[in-house]
Design a binder for this molecule. Structure first.
Ligand code: ADP
Ligand code: UDP
Length: 235
């Protein structure tokens, strides 16, 4: 099925297939943080992120969000629709943490009065700088209509994920999304939704069940990823 390795990123490899409109993504155990400065391995992460992403994307599809997901091929590999990625990291926040806490002086864990949407320009060399609607328009990163669709989907995804996870005793603190264009221009959700790209806290204990355990050397990293998969999928 896999043809050529098109791209090797920090967390996944992307391969072409016989179908020019489809790709295979292959999830790795490699972990990086702080724009690649901190490197390591989280054993079993690739399998967990593949399965968790697909589980959540299927749930979102059922609820009317178009995604790139086609079919899980193996523990680490998934067939997806090829898209042209809109070069934005779309960050959605419900509770202050990470860079928002630092930037605005809000203690981590402060409940935000309303959902915050942020955009970062996807450019590793520049360290993914934050941009707003005007920068996005000026740099022609997405049309006004596309950005409206992206924002609308992001808020809907936040509601769907937050409610779904609340039932599993998981608080959705914040997360990052990527969107892409199919050949006909349709905007779909792409990339991944996993403990690498979301902050998940246990609702009762507020224990961190995500990549912050790796970023901040909190220990029990593998166990946190396993716990998320167990709560979502019972495995
Ligand atoms: P990074 O590029 O940040 O190191 P990854 O290791 O996760 O990240 O690499 C996966 C790459 O594949 C990312 O650049 C992501 O934008 C891209 N991607 C994700 N889904 C799709 C898709 N459906 N079509 C094309 N590219 C995709
Ligand atoms: N995030 C991500 N990739 C990035 C930057 C952020 O997946 O390149 C996610 C991160 O896991 C968190 C949310 O986006 O869930 C907000 O991250 P933040 O801006 O607080 O940055 P960080 O503290 O991770 O540097």
């Amino acid at each position: 099925m896999k043809k050529d390795l098109l791209y090797e990123g920090k967390a996944k490899k992307v391969y072409s297939t016989e179908n020019p409109e489809e790709l295979i993504v292959d999830y790795k155990d490699d972990a990086t943080a702080f724009n690649g400065l901190k490197k390591g391995t989280i054993e079993g992460k690739g399998v967990i992120n593949n399965k968790v992403t697909n589980h959540l994307m299927k749930m979102l599809e059922k609820n009317g969000i178009p995604t790139h997901f086609i079919k899980e091929l193996s523990d680490r590999e998934t067939l997806v629709k090829k898209v042209t990625i809109v070069p934005l990291e779309v960050i959605v926040r419900n509770i202050a943490a990470g860079s928002l806490s630092k930037r605005l002086g809000l203690p981590e864990g402060t409940k935000l009065g309303s959902t915050v949407l942020e955009y970062c320009y996807k450019d590793d060399a520049l360290g993914d700088p934050m941009v707003n609607d005007y920068h996005i328009k000026a740099m022609n990163l997405a049309s006004d209509e596309e950005l409206k669709t992206i924002a609308d989907y992001s808020f809907r995804i936040n509601t769907l994920l937050s409610e779904y996870l609340a039932d599993l005793n998981i608080e959705l603190v914040d997360f990052k999304l990527e969107f892409g264009r199919l050949t006909d221009g349709t905007i779909v959700l792409a990339d991944e939704i996993s403990p690498d790209t979301c902050r998940f806290w246990d609702s009762k204990t507020h224990e961190k069940l995500d990549k912050d355990r790796f970023r901040r050397d909190l220990g029990n990293v593998e166990d946190a990823y396993k716990e998320i998969m167990k709560r979502l999928m019972g495995e």
